[in-house]
Design a protein around this ligand. Structure first.
Ligand code: ASP
Length: 321
């Protein structure tokens, strides 16, 4: 009995001390998608700015597959000590309904840290794809005798959602080809192995400007700053087509509140770092405002997006498992 009292007393004493010293060793941020893709790029820029503020190295570990659920599951099961975190996006919320065998409840699995950015998406194709405008593109896909192939990052990923939206708006059927993230999708588009994709501008800005892929539209209300002649999907004929991709930073549930607080302050401050702002702007996205880079806003986004997508997914009756 006495030994347990002693252990309890020691661990109570150790708790605040550990949080106070945090971070005492390098932090790992899991990106549940391939290296070199849009989420990875956002994560690396954010990690670099946060690392300067926290005085510790932050390593990015890419664990792609199954629409991000493999990497996310790894973080959910990690020790809630602030040393293993995840940066992902809307796919966290859609997976909660799409993957019926998910071994955790997404609504309660995390100590949310904050939102990072809302990235526009772009509808793109291989560089030698014939059509030049969105309406030509839709008509061409409809008239082809072969089925158009569309690369995505797996069921529930942002590229998958964009594809579903595109198909339902145009009443077209394309063949989806899943990858571990959209970095390899981009390689195969440039290499003309697949026909089209829809991906965050944080991955497509460079290839579009370099004419390595063809771009037809941006999925948000506003045009992209560095590609102003690219119309919005709405302007180009897909009325009401709108999709932005929120990204956030999350820790496993049970992370001590003062560690969450430290990480949240570091994130908020990092999002104002002029170097980060410039690098985000260069890839056509913006840092979240201070009021949204908070644990409350991230948790609210996670939960409200689960509630928003669940009835849509259930009505479609298409699950990942
Ligand atoms: N863009 C991907 C998606 O469609 C993920 C990634 O590779 O970052 O969700």
């Amino acid at each position: 009995m006495r030994i347990w009292t002693l252990i309890t007393a020691l661990s109570m004493a150790a708790g605040p001390a550990i949080a106070q010293d945090y971070p005492a060793r390098p932090i790992t941020i899991v990106v549940p998608a391939a290296a070199g893709g849009p989420t990875d790029t956002i994560a690396r820029i954010t990690a670099q700015a946060m690392s300067k503020l926290l005085g510790q190295q932050i390593t990015i570990e890419n664990i792609g597959g199954a629409g991000g659920t493999i990497g996310t599951g790894r973080v959910v099961r990690a020790a809630p000590d602030g040393y293993t975190l995840v940066i992902y996006h809307v796919g966290l919320s859609t997976a909660a309904t799409l993957y019926r065998q998910l071994p955790y409840d997404t609504k309660t699995a995390f100590s949310s840290i904050g939102l990072i950015t809302d990235a526009p998406m772009t509808i793109i194709a291989r560089p030698d794809f014939e059509p030049n405008t969105l309406s030509e593109f839709v008509a061409y896909i409809r008239s082809r005798s072969v089925k158009t192939t569309m690369g995505n990052a797996g069921v529930g990923s942002a590229s998958h959602l964009c594809g579903m939206l595109f198909m339902s708006e145009t009443q077209l059927q394309v063949t989806t080809v899943p990858y571990r993230g959209t970095a390899p999708v981009m390689n195969d588009l440039i290499g003309k192995q697949i026909d089209m994709s829809c991906d965050q501008a944080t991955n497509t800005t460079g290839p579009i400007l370099g004419k390595l892929v063809k771009a037809y539209a941006v999925t948000t209300k506003a045009r992209l700053k560095s590609i102003p002649d690219l119309p919005t999907a709405d302007e180009a004929g897909l009325k009401g087509f709108e999709l932005g991709v929120w990204h956030g930073l999350f820790a496993p549930r049970g992370t001590p509140p003062d560690i969450v607080q430290k990480l949240s302050v570091a994130l908020k401050t990092a999002l104002k770092d002029p170097d980060l702002v410039k690098r985000f702007n260069d890839i056509n996205t913006e840092p979240m405002t201070e009021s949204r880079a908070t644990p409350e806003a991230a948790q609210h986004m996670l939960v409200s997006e689960i509630d928003r997508w669940a009835p849509i997914i259930k009505a479609a009756g298409q699950y990942a498992d």
